[in-house]
Design a protein around this ligand. Sequence first.
Ligand code: MSP
Length: 522
Amino acid sequence: MSEKKFYITTPIFYANAELHIGHTYTLILSDILARYHRAVGDKTFFLTGSDEHGDKIVRAAQKVNLGPQAFVNENVAKMEALIRELGVSNDFFIRTSDKELHWPGAKKLWRALEEAGDIYKGTYKGLYCVGCEAFITEKELVNGKCVHHDTAPEHIEEENYFFKLSKYGSEIRRLMEEGVLKITPQSKVNEMIALIAGPSGESVLGDVSISRPERAIPWGIPVPNDPAQLMYVWCDALSNYISALGYGSDNEEKFKIFWPADIQVLGKDIVRFHALLWIAMLLSAKLPLPRELLVHGFVNSGGKKMSKTLGNVLSPGEFIAEYGKDALRYYFAREVTPSEDWDLTREKFKEVYNANLANGLGNLVSRTLKMAEQYFVGNVTGDVASVPAIRTKISAVEISGDVAGLNIPYIITNSILTRYHAYMSANEINKAADVIWELISHLDQFVTDFEPFKLVKTDKKAAENVIWGLLYGLREVAQMLIPMMPDTAKTILELVGASVSANGETAFSSKAPAEPLFKRKE
Ligand code: MSP
């Protein structure tokens, strides 16, 4: 067991609409890593939350005739309900409208930037995209519209406070190049450097506006000592990662323990806000930098971006209702390469579910437990030495030769657990999941090779050894599944009913499931 601390964050979600499949991917990816680190004994803090200020929210609230606070309260309630349904194990949920906890943190960070001499007043004249909640330039537009939102930006001219982002361009570049600031995948580092570097390598990063004049409906955090200005939503939102730990409050204990974040998970659309603005703010405030920004790709539907107009938006609720939350978590864990864009369709989901959950895992669990029940009333004893084929899978011992005196050559050359841990600690959850399914197929092969259902008629002890090995393997499968499919893992562990005696021998007091773990879908 380690003594390490582990702080992981998700971006905070705009409280203007319901979460879709893309958002739930961010959540599940982070949850799997948080659960893994908890399981290996790290002192873990997992944060998520909601981004509630800004014009985008005010306008969405007006459309449904609600005040902004009532509107975000409704959306946040739905968000938190879905988060529970997904089995997300966050330790805290931060809301940017929380005046007690979040506001003092955001204000303290602002004052730190001010003390560093990095805030000045100026006039902003240019374009603003409400969808992005960001100022954008002419050259970023396609046919006069924002590429992310397909809407024309607004022309604005107003008094703002500015942040000297320009001061930090070269330093951020150096930190990224030296790997002090780790961004995964590496391609994102190159993208960020391209934004920083001018033609002869100098930083061309400009300053950014970090406040907006107070609105008709004031909805945001007032700038310290100048309530006529509200903090720019991104500055407000980014500070959640430390305000949630009590930074700026009268108890900064958690902040001292957990900051800097070990992993900040985010989607590819918001890298520059994190890799440039957030990092510059931390440098300015002289706070430690996050150890890693883990960037994931986007989910598409049927090869196209999910959008209401195309009618291809997939809701997480639909998958949870039809397949259960662990099936959705399985899909996110195994069928997606985190750094890449991916595609989801109902057909593909069903196909994968049937092949790997109903047939693969589910079938192995029922077959094994039924044999244990039928031949041994569920009580199976044995020892690792009698089942060398299984032993190699779980303990990295490389052997070859006859197995269980049955004269069947069994050669295994790779260690499941070692590779599983290596992938999980490198955040490559899909590869870790592949390793689990590798063990599942070894166990299937084991049944095929040793045919315990025939063996039991001629040599009951040998059959018991084989079934003992299967149960042992299933227990390993379940333990590795804990971060990805927590309920399924728990069910399997209960069904196999392992107990370890004082002399280290594992015995099983198992029961067959009344119903299949994953019903096949036609
Ligand atoms: N509120 C900002 C983040 C502020 S963090 C200080 C925001 N919110 S969001 O609700 O739009 O997005 C939250 C997360 O969901 C982001 O990581 C974003 O990349 C992710 N996704 C949104 N749509 C997505 C897909 N279609 N696919 C995968 N992830 C997606 O940005």
